[in-house]
Design a binder for this molecule. Sequence first.
Ligand code: PRP
Length: 286
Amino acid sequence: MKNVLKIAIQKSGRLNKDSIDLLKECGIRFDNGKDQLMVKSHTFPVELYFLRNSDIPNYVKDGVADVAILGENTVIEHNTNLDLVQKLGFSKCRLSLAVPKEVDYQGIMFFEGKKIATSYVHTLKEHLKANNVNAEIHAISGSVEIAPNIGLADGICDLVSSGSTLFKNGLKEGEIILKSEAALFANPNLIAEKQVILDQIVFRIQSILAAKHTKYVLMNAPNDKIDEIVKVLPGMKSPTILPLAVEGWSSVHTVIKEKDFWNAIDNLKTLGAEGILIVPIEKMLV
Ligand code: PRP
């Protein structure tokens, strides 16, 4: 039987939609009905497994699935030594220690001899050990932010994204234990045929991620300013310059990093560029 790559993704939860969207953008098409937990792609040698987030690290470790899209925080908590193949840039968050907002938090020693509620028992234990803090860890699997308000703990260790859940529950972030985002993880012992399929997917993902951070820029520029304009537009290799029907003017095309474009555009306007268009790029082969 021909080898397929078995990819596990969250059945529900924060990573589910972005994971599905990313795979579809990679050309991995599949039709999954509600509650269908395994589906074959009809466009790529891939089988998708929709699983509970907390079960996925061990499924990949045991080879039930070959790769998975998971938060780095989940893999660290499960201590499973999977290979981090590619960070994906979504579901960015941090695992933080938080305390009631009236606490004058001066550092992690605040927790010496105190109780901390968390679903991240392993990660927290390691962090406390590394900082020589003795605290009691109270394991709970959800709604951790309620613990200080009902007298269950002096503080919590939980994921923070916007900070709104902490705020709504009268808590504030004390310190960050780790930063996390969604990533593609793999079993470290993939057979060669599966590694080839994974490499193809990673290439597609990198092309999508590269495109997200870049824009295609077109503008009309006076010919006598083109040398200066090119200096503020580094582009991929060098900008494309095409003559316009109007004497003395050219059309300049290039690709620019999103983080650079506002600065570059101010300079371009000063140099006399007109009709500047910024166009999104769908995929950029890297
Ligand atoms: C996570 C986390 C916090 C919340 C933080 O829960 O456990 O409760 O998000 O996000 P915020 O800083 O943007 O408010 P999630 O909603 O993912 O569900 P969970 O309780 O199943 O972890």
